[in-house]
Each structure stands twice: as C-alpha cells, then as structure tokens.
Design a protein around this ligand. Sequence first.
Ligand SMILES: Nc1ncnc2c1ncn2[C@@H]1O[C@H](COP(=O)(O)OP(=O)(O)O)[C@@H](O)[C@H]1O
Ligand SMILES: [Mg+2]
Length: 158
Amino acid sequence: MTSSDENFLLLLNLMSEAETEALGRRIAGVLKRGDTIALSGGLGAGKTLLARSIIRHFLPREEVPSPTFTLVQTYEAPAFRISHVDLYRVKDKSEIRELGLDEAMDEGVVLIEWPNRMGELLPRDRLDISFELEDDATERLAKVVARGSWVPRIEKLK
Ligand SMILES: Nc1ncnc2c1ncn2[C@@H]1O[C@H](COP(=O)(O)OP(=O)(O)O)[C@@H](O)[C@H]1O
Ligand SMILES: [Mg+2]
C-alpha cells in the first residue's frame, strides 16, 4: 500500500439531527479551498442535512434547499465558493461533465450527494461519509473515511 492509498476510518453514532449538524460544524471548521466531500446513503439518510449544516457555518442565513432538481447549488462563502451537488437524477457521465465540477473543485469546496454516479471522475483526495439508518428513526451510523489531505484532519472530526 502506498501512502496515497492510505485511508482513515471513523465510525460515529449520530443519535439526533443535532448531532449530525454538530458533525457538519466540525467539518466546516477544517474545510479548505479545493476540498471534496462525498455524501452517500439512501433517501432520507441525512446527506442534505449535513451539507446544509456545513454551508450554514459560513452563511447562517442561507436556506440551502436540496439540489435534487437543479443538480448544483452554489454559495459564495467568504473564503471560497461552495458547490452543493446532487447526482441522484443524473443518468450518464456526459451529464456530469457538463456540470463543470472540475472548475468548482479547483476554486472552491464541493459537497456531493450520490457520488457513486461519478465513478472514476470522483477525486481521490476526499472525505467520504456514508450514512446508514438504524432502527431508531433519528439514529444514523456515519462511516467517515479520510483520504489524502483529509487524513491529518480526521482527529478534529471526532
Ligand atoms: N440523526 C439524523 N441525522 C440526519 N437527519 C436526520 C436525523 N434524524 C432524523 N433526521 C431526518 O431525516 C431526514 C434526512 O433528510 P435529508 O438530509 O434530506 O436526507 P438525504 O439528503 O440523505 O436524502 C430529515 O427529515 C431529518 O430531519
Ligand atoms: Mg439529499
């Protein structure tokens, strides 16, 4: 295994919406221009809630609707642009290429719901978060995997 393949894993039990929002604030606290965060999990798992809490850390008054239909919503935070992407409705990679995510990733931060739609277009340097619903309606298991530049930051997400 080379150092570029190094992964670091964090398992978090998020017992309530408030705990998911608190994770979003911890992520926001270490966010840098050029970061990508991939948010996986089924419908209603909490991907949009987490993205919203990250965006509101920088822009508290923003509404942050789900980008299900617009595919991309952009926000001008003071330090960088944040692109919130939802690929659920995307059918093929050519549609993804038209979204201009390369540029969004260079100049800002990109939060992606349904990142598996991107296949190899997904950058290797990223934070992966996948949510699983537990039996309790408000409990979520979040599996957080840090890759590349995220590895030294994962301690701050605990
Ligand atoms: N611990 C939790 N974390 C995230 N969402 C939760 C939690 N408990 C309940 N919810 C609810 O689950 C739903 C998650 O919706 P959303 O974030 O839009 O999901 P997704 O984007 O994954 O489809 C919201 O209605 C939210 O209030
Ligand atoms: Mg969503």
